[in-house]
Design a protein around this ligand. Sequence first.
Ligand code: HEC
Ligand code: HEC
Ligand code: HEC
Length: 424
Amino acid sequence: MRTCGLAWANIRKHTDPLSPVHKSNLAQQACANCHASLKLTKKYGIASHTFQTFADSYHGLAVRGGSVEVVNCASCHSSHAIKTQTDPTSTVHKSNLVQTCGQCHPGANMRFTIGSVHVSSETAGGKDGNSPILYIISSLYVVLIVLVVGGMLFHHALDFLKKIRRKLAIQKGLIEEEHVAHRLYLRMTGHERLQHAVLVISFVLLVVTGFMLRYPEAWWVVALRNASARAFEWRSLSHRLAGVVLLAAGVWHLGYLAFTAPGRVLFRDLWPGWRDLTDPIGVLKYNLGLAPTKPAFPRFSYIEKAEYWALVWGTVLMGITGVILWFDNTAMGLFSKLGFDISRTIHFYEAILATLAIIVWHFYFVIFNPDVYPMNLSWLTGRMSEKEMLEEHPLELVRLKGEAAATTPKPVAPPEPPAPPGPP
Ligand code: HEC
Ligand code: HEC
Ligand code: HEC
């Protein structure tokens, strides 16, 4: 026997927003009482993850985030004829799902029924009752995130310690600081800074509006939601808009690489080479005190190249999975519900990886690196000091100096004095 577990005094019309069976309360206040209870679900031998997987699905996140279009348990399970999925007359029996989803997803087809509704696209969902594919993808991503971000932190920590030790030695008078000219060198052209600025704005907006969807109860999300009743719709619109801007910036950047002379040089200088595998080893040896000098970098070291190519890869992946999430009905119709969930899993974990990688990279190389602290200004001014160039890009410094020497006009020889009039 199933009851809705509702106290008598609480009986209100289902259209009353205070009613536990109002569409925005039903999942949390009616069904979750029992279906999120480990004790009850264990006792009856039914799945205990149905509430959590609903809450973390797009449907659940939309309810939690304050969407006006509300989906709840009853949207699929109906309210007074809730039956097990194995019963052919159940609204969630495979043969009826096209119709069930089709109430709200126009054009739903059989592929909507491939994969399950109650799945977690995060490792937190555990193996039980989860799709093995989603579990494997999310687990691999967790390993990747730990390795990449952990590796970066380790790399930066060694670099930091080495630089601090050198600074202290200079302060103690043990070694002398190299004296360099007060000259600035062009590092990023105006066009490149503009591309970077568009990237900064769209990326930050994507991170904020993306995690806003996934963590609707975080304090900063609650603050934003309190600021506007339509915050959820604004969020969704800004995320798509920023996504389009990011992809457009990608296309613009490709055009820059292909059709401008500085762009072609940039591409050539960013292309990975053999030394990008050997340099990190050289740096590791130097930072550990096993080598006297560190490798002299050209215009871009492996550090910048890794960040650049990670960005290219991340943009492609987020662009593809983002479009799939955006055009949900078409995408589910083509790739099935499972295919859609694979995209969603990748989109979520790649977002975490990208955000952490961008933050850790920039915090160190643009701000806390002792050589540039309080900030490497080249993203704003386009220029870099001779000291920074000597430390991070000595080969490029030599090249720029050579170029400057070749282009400065040589002192012109004074004109020959007119020949004295010779004897006739
Ligand atoms: C009072 C606790 C309670 C509440 C509230 C409750 N359920 Fe249940 N539900 C159960 C129990 C117990 C079972 C298992 C019954 C059985 O096996 O006959 C069950 C079974 C189900 C099943 C079938 C699962 C299966 O494998 O047989 C579905 C679907 C379901 N409930 C959905 C809902 C929905 C949707 C709501 C909210 C509208 C809801 N339930 C509210 C206790 C509850
Ligand atoms: C009561 C209406 C309703 C029902 C029934 C319903 N959905 Fe939805 N679903 C929505 C709404 C509204 C959205 C949000 C659409 C949007 O913003 O593009 C949504 C979004 C989704 C999304 C996520 C889309 C995204 O952009 O991330 C998936 C996946 C999904 N539904 C799957 C299903 C499946 C599978 C079924 C059937 C088992 C189903 N839905 C039944 C209303 C419903
Ligand atoms: C988008 C449609 C949809 C929504 C919303 C939804 N379910 Fe389900 N539910 C399904 C489908 C489809 C199944 C069949 C198994 C699957 O696909 O995961 C199912 C299965 C179940 C089962 C039965 C598992 C079994 O062993 O038979 C329970 C219990 C359940 N849902 C509870 C809930 C609760 C509680 C909520 C709200 C918190 C909810 N569902 C929201 C579609 C939905």
